[in-house]
Design a protein around this ligand. Structure first.
Ligand code: SAM
Ligand code: FES
Length: 349
């Protein structure tokens, strides 16, 4: 199919294209600058030049799951495991607060050490001490009652990538014990409870096809998330997928732009994985439509241990250095870091 400028105009106006048009657009080599400037225009209409910062606290690298792509999977015997206690996490938040962070993202493996009582204790301690901040959790699949308890304790956002919306592809990325249906159900539970919900997927994960990517876009249309996180798949030596190639920069950027046009209000991060595969990956992500960055607030002593993939960037710097570095990068890309809580600007939210 021959794609033209009109298809991009139509995508911006209708927030949709046919499946074959979307597939052609994701492969179109010559339309990138038009696509990225259309995405940038939409993001500026809604968010101006603001880029929101989220302080990421990777508080445990212990995980009961065995995702074939992930460096902290259960069977990786060479990973040195760690857990942060409540006081460590609060100290990260306090440092972040001083640096202007008003959102804390607590991310970790699926680690039953953190019982519901523990998570609620951590969340309510952050809520009491930093009442003007958003608390985002990213701790995987849990029962609806647990999600409700964290919400009642003061959590207000949740990140759970669906990873792939195609059941056959999901089976290739995860062992039998994991189910796409459960993951999707979790996302709808989170929405029902009232969280601002983020989902997403890796670009170029093993066995992924263009059909799979369009299925991902269609699933996101159904879910209508507030946040959409995508980043390239990057191999890790100690996983069954160590020999697969990493995802491509150009396809990731094209997808960011397509997501911006399909979901104009979404909060879309320029991810660390994007910065890992290209020195200016995050800047390019912002220029293709992303509007969030997530500097690391985890203690430097554990940074290298949260190794989802190889050569992950920003593992040696103190929080203040990360914050300063990202501020310069965001400005060089033509945007401004904003230190507000940065809620989604959907018309009725
Ligand atoms: N356990 C939580 C969960 O499942 O949502 C959060 C932690 S999990 C490590 C966060 C995300 O890292 C996953 O959703 C996945 O998309 C991404 N990830 C894992 N391994 C990766 C890899 N090798 N390359 C790129 N991204 C990866
Ligand atoms: Fe659990 Fe990656 S396998 S976080």
């Amino acid at each position: 199919m021959n794609l033209s400028k009109e298809h991009i105009t139509a995508l911006a106006a209708e927030r949709d294209l046919s499946t074959s048009e979307l597939m052609s657009l994701l492969q179109a080599e010559g339309l990138d600058s038009l696509l990225f400037s259309a995405a940038d225009k939409v993001r500026r209409q809604i968010y101006g030049d603001a880029v929101y910062v989220r302080g990421l606290i990777e508080f445990t690298n212990c995980c009961k799951n065995n995702c074939y792509y992930c460096g902290i999977r259960r069977d990786n015997q060479s990973a040195t495991r760690y857990r942060l206690e409540q006081d460590d996490i609060l100290a990260c938040c306090a440092e972040g607060y001083e640096l202007g962070f008003r959102t804390f993202v607590l991310q970790g493996g699926e680690d039953s050490y953190y019982t519901d009582a523990k998570i609620c204790g951590i969340v309510s301690a952050i809520r009491n001490r930093f009442p003007d901040c958003a608390i985002t959790l990213s701790i995987g699949e849990r029962p609806k009652d647990s999600y409700q308890a964290y919400f009642d304790a003061g959590a207000n956002r949740y990140l759970l990538r669906h990873e792939t919306a195609d059941p056959a592809h999901y089976r290739k990325l995860h062992p039998e014990a994991m189910s796409l249906q459960n993951r999707k159900e979790c996302l709808f539970h989170l929405k029902e409870i009232g969280y601002q919900v983020g989902s997403g997927f890796m670009v170029g994960s093993p066995y992924q096809t263009l059909d799979n990517l369009v299925a991902d876009l269609r699933f996101l249309q159904q879910l209508q998330p507030d946040m959409i996180g995508i980043g390239p798949y990057i191999p890790h030596n100690e996983t069954p997928f160590s020999k697969f190639e990493r995802g491509s920069l150009s396809l990731t950027l094209r997808l960011i732009a397509v997501l911006r046009l399909m979901f104009p209000y979404a909060l879309i991060p320029a991810t660390t994985a994007l910065g890992t595969i290209h020195p200016q990956g995050r800047e390019l992500g912002l220029q293709a439509g992303a509007n969030v960055v997530m500097p690391n607030l985890s203690p430097v002593k554990v940074r290298k241990l949260y190794e989802l993939y190889e050569n992950k960037i920003c593992t040696g710097e103190e929080a203040a250095q990360c914050r300063g570095c990202l501020e310069r990068r965001v400005e060089s890309a033509g945007y401004q870091i904003v230190t507000s809580i940065g809620n989604v600007k959907k018309p009725n939210s």
